[in-house]
Write a protein that binds this ligand. Structure first.
Ligand code: 6R9
Length: 635
């Protein structure tokens, strides 16, 4: 299993070279040695990136839950699979063994079958971070239904769009959720979303906060009694390697969200492989990824990657600031966490607090620290390294995307020397490329350009649900036969990669990808708004915050701007969710535009960043006069 658990840098380079020389044997060996297949593949890889069509392990048959659960029963039946740590530290944690997980997943799967869910049907999951969430994903996978998890912080409009886009038949939700000291009425949000979702026949409702909620006759059912009554054996549906496993929506720079489709075998192999190597997981380690399962990080590194390795994975319902800013560190001490994986935005928020929040806990169980979601700045990296890792835990700065399925560029602990702000080297099997403006690949080191991947890997998304052409256009048309990530990066003199950020109109706020277009669309729905443009500006905790430039229909006197600001943020909250609220809103009379009518966000970005010394040539604009006015009144 040498290529599955790398031990030093020399071995990394050996394995890496082999993986590039002969990708098919590389991925074949990993698939052979580490999983349970019902039928072997006929062909490891088939691809044509111009279409693009990619299939991994074609002809193979399997069920991912047999790999994540059943096969561990013989050796790890009584081992804890999931540790559930509730929002409220005084509520007891729950330890779910592999055997109990098997029981729960089978029962849940039978409930789905009893409600007419079949292989290939889409099921929308809108749940807080409670065990039923992980169980529901696996229950869908057990019977071959395609799960579409929607982060439970999204609004009813966002939920509605996602349910209809993939025509979900069922929604799984809860009466409500806890978030720090607050509760959120999730079921109310679902009811609103479902006002016009004709495809949804059943809503299963988990009880979490015990609130009084209306249940719609013939549609809404309490989950627990159904689970209690269900059989605890469920024969897994045997899937083809390329059958879809799930859909997960991610923001695009334009238009509606993209339902990225991940398929069964390749995703399984890739998440398991990357989990084991990047986190150097050893039997009996306790792994904690603080993401929400509503994002790809939670899918791959709370659920599938860890469970495929028979690991113990922590699911945390709460937030880093409740009941105080020591919560993460307390959980690490309590469950003796060995690998801790979080986002730069959380690190920055915690670094602002007093050190005794972390100093009073025993963090000596930690071996490896991880970071994901956005570039980690040097200051945050050092704070994490000094105060949490005590300079004794390698930090893996992991670059990847919803589209890539798993970690692509990352140090391998104890093998790759780390440098703050560098994601360092590609995992074996991953072939990054940097491209220049003319579409040519930049060879050699000390170059910077657009980050692409030039050879397929098993974890890549195969399409956008219902819109393959958009998939081709978004990812495979900018550079012929390359996957284009949308990020910029540089390669230093030793070949290390440093991600420099998005080069499109996606802004990463607190690690969440937000497209500018959907936010602008929401703002423009306000009756007083004529036009708007959103840009990001640096924020010391969130990484980026949003700055909106808004043209009102009537600049008319007497308009109370503060109220308007509130209303605009209210509309954004309703359409997308509170994460997309604007930190600054400036009312302007014009927006800088090119002659073809495209808003010059570059100029607005510089104004928002207060970097107006070099705005570049603005004389070619349609309306250069508005730039001075915007600068004069900038917030
Ligand atoms: C896993 C995840 C993807 C975008 C990606 C990039 C940014 C993620 C990063 C990083 C710098 C890292 N990103 N990890 N940038 N360094 N270590 O976050 O997926 O939500 O789809 O976001 O996040 O810009 O393109 P997703």
């Amino acid at each position: 299993m040498s290529n599955y658990h790398i031990k030093n840098l020399e071995e990394y380079f050996q394995v890496y070279r082999k993986s590039v020389r002969d990708p098919e044997s590389f991925w074949e060996e990993i698939a052979e040695e580490n999983f349970m297949w019902r039928k072997r593949w006929d062909k490891v890889l088939d691809y044509d990136l111009s279409k693009p069509e990619v299939s991994w392990y074609k002809g193979a048959k399997l069920n991912i839950t047999e790999n994540c659960i059943d096969r561990h029963l013989y050796t790890r039946g009584d081992k804890t699979a999931i540790i559930f740590e509730p929002n409220d530290p005084s509520e007891a944690a729950e330890h779910i063994t592999y055997r109990q997980l098997h029981d729960r997943v089978c029962r849940f799967a039978n409930v789905l079958l009893d409600h007419g869910v079949k292989k290939g049907d889409r099921v929308c999951i809108y749940l807080p971070m409670i065990p039923d969430l992980a169980v529901s994903l696996l229950a869908c996978a057990r019977i071959g239904a395609i799960h579409s998890v929607v982060f439970a912080g999204f609004s009813s409009t966002a939920l509605h769009t996602r349910i209809n886009d993939s025509d979900c038949k069922m929604v799984i939700t809860s009466d409500g959720s806890y978030r720090g000291g607050k509760t959120i009425d999730l079921k109310g949000i679902v009811d609103e979303a479902l006002e016009s979702c004709p495809g949804v026949k059943t809503v299963l409702v988990a009880k979490r906060i015990n609130s009084e909620i209306p249940m719609k006759a013939n549609r809404d059912k309490w989950l627990q009694p159904l689970l209690d009554a269900a059989n605890n054996k469920c024969v897994p549906e045997i899937m083809d390697a390329e059958d879809p496993l799930f859909i997960l929506y991610t923001s695009g720079s334009t238009g509606k969200p993209k339902g990225m489709v991940h398929t069964t075998a390749g995703y399984m192999v890739y998440t398991a492989y990357s989990f084991k190597n990047v986190f150097q997981y050893r039997e009996n380690d306790v792994f904690w990824c603080t993401a929400d399962i509503g994002w790809i990080t939670g899918h791959s590194y709370i659920v599938y990657g860890p469970l495929a390795n028979g690991a113990t994975t922590v699911m945390f319902e709460g937030v880093p600031s409740y009941p105080d800013f020591g919560r993460f560190w307390q959980v690490i001490e309590k469950h003796k966490v060995n690998q801790f994986y979080t986002a730069p935005t959380a690190i920055r928020a915690l670094a602002k607090e007093r050190l005794d929040f972390s100093e009073k806990y025993d963090l000596s169980s930690l071996k490896i620290l991880g970071s994901v979601g956005e570039p980690i700045n040097e200051e945050a990296w050092h704070w994490y390294n000094d105060n949490i890792g005590k300079k004794n835990c390698p930090i893996v700065d992991t670059w990847w995307q919803t589209e890539t399925g798993g970690i692509m560029i990352s140090p391998i602990p104890y093998s790759t020397p780390t440098i703050p702000t560098y994601a360092t080297l590609p995992l074996p099997g991953i072939q990054p490329a940097l491209m220049d403006e003319n579409g040519d690949e930049l060879k050699g080191n000390l170059v910077s350009g657009r980050l692409c991947i030039k050879f397929p890997w098993p974890g890549m998304a195969r399409t956008i649900w219902g819109n393959h052409e958009r998939y081709r256009e978004t990812y495979f048309s900018t550079f012929k036969n390359y996957y284009f990530s949308g990020d910029g990066a540089l390669r230093d003199s030793t070949g290390y990669y440093r991600i420099t950020g998005r080069v499109d109109d996606v802004i990463i706020v607190s690690g969440h990808n937000l497209g500018t277009a959907p936010i602008e669309d929401a703002i423009n729905e306000h009756p007083a708004v004529a036009e708007s443009a959103i840009v990001g500006f640096p924020h010391d905790v969130k990484g980026n915050a949003l700055y909106g430039f808004v043209i009102l229909k009537e600049t008319g006197e007497g308009r109370v701007h503060d109220n308007l600001r509130k209303e605009i943020n209210q509309i954004i909250t309703e359409h997308i969710g509170p994460i997309a609220k604007l930190d600054k809103i400036q009312f302007v009379t014009g927006l800088p535009k090119t002659r073809s009518g495209k808003i010059m966000r570059r100029i607005l970005r510089k104004i928002a960043e207060k970097d107006t010394n070099n705005l570049g040539d603005i004389s070619t604009l349609l309306n250069p006069e508005c730039v001075q006015e915007i600068m004069d009144e900038a917030l």
